[in-house]
Design a protein around this ligand. Structure first.
Ligand code: G1P
Length: 289
């Protein structure tokens, strides 16, 4: 089945990255030289998605500007003949009308953010991409779409038992094949004792239109927020709910540690940085600590 649209919830306050995110969207934090949100958009585009719907909030206009022309910059680079740099400054542009923005007026949770985009989604399944979850390789949503038939599909991975309370956690059922597990239940941010497993949801989803109807009526759940997890959970039994056990490396760029790790991983793969970074890490970090 072809999925044409992806929702990018980018309305969050980014409090874990203060003071950096006081006046700058956390989704604009760079991994090496590219903002997190651009990686997520590229992953979606790589999967054939061509309509990108951002759920923004106050103070997020830098994201809109990023996916637009910057005439002064582009003219300047053009006049100086800096063609390669110009290409880099334009690589995120898409054909007009590809990006849509809708405001989430209050930070009422991920489910609420997704619901804010309801009028932009027809009677069709849609992808949801959380830019905080950075996937090295950028094929996960593509693989999910290739394996999707109907209902809801969530990217899942094993995490340490002590970390389950940061995630939506699934109760796994039958293995459909090596990569796909049936989901029998779903809990948002359970305590370690109450977690049904240590298999956590990562920010890649394909949801069916019925989830929007559930979100319409959804009560607040964990953290007193309207949770996407709860809405998807309430569809179990009425439609398929599958976990996709992706194999690519994922970085939790909503945490400082994950963000630094992602920067190191992505830098070390850059030919122009690789050797110097490796020797510096070995010399200054590994041997001195
Ligand atoms: C959100 C979801 C959670 C999921 C997580 C993945 O939580 O609510 O179910 O496991 O993303 O990153 P958040 O990180 O926004 O608190």
């Amino acid at each position: 089945m072809k999925i044409k649209k992806a929702i990018f919830p980018v309305g969050g306050l980014g409090t874990r990255f203060l003071p950096a995110t006081k006046s700058m969207p956390k989704e604009m934090l760079p991994i090496v030289d590219k903002p997190l949100i651009q990686y997520a958009v590229e992953e979606a585009a790589n999967a054939g998605i061509d309509q990108f719907i951002f759920v923004t909030s106050r103070g997020k206009s830098a994201i809109e500007n990023h996916f637009d022309h910057s005439f002064e910059l582009e003219n300047n680079l053009l006049s100086k003949g800096k063609r390669q740099t110009l290409k880099t400054a334009q690589e995120m542009l898409k054909i007009p009308g590809s990006f849509a923005y809708v405001r989430q007026q209050e930070p009422a949770g991920l489910g609420h953010a997704v619901w804010c985009a309801r009028h932009l989604i027809g009677d069709e399944p849609v992808a949801i991409m959380l830019a905080d979850d950075l996937i090295y390789g950028g094929n996960t949503i593509k693989e999910m779409i290739a394996n999707y038939n109907s209902g809801n599909m969530l990217a899942v991975m094993d995490v340490d038992k002590k970390d389950v309370s940061s995630y939506g956690v699934i109760s796994p059922g039958n293995l459909i094949d090596n990569n796909i597990t049936e989901i029998l239940g779903l809990v948002e941010k359970p305590s370690t004792e109450n977690a049904p497993s240590n298999m956590a949801v990562v920010g890649r989803y394909i949801i069916e239109p019925a989830v929007f109807d559930v979100l319409e009526q959804q009560n607040r759940g964990a953290s007193n927020e309207i949770q996407l997890t709860d809405a998807i959970a309430s569809r179990i039994g009425s439609s398929n709910c599958m976990g996709y056990k992706f194999s690519e490396e994922r970085f939790d760029c909503g945490s400082k540690l994950g963000f630094i790790q992602a920067n190191i991983r992505f830098s070390i793969e850059r030919p122009e940085m690789k050797q110097n970074l490796k020797s510096w890490l070995e010399r200054e970090i590994v041997s001195k600590n």
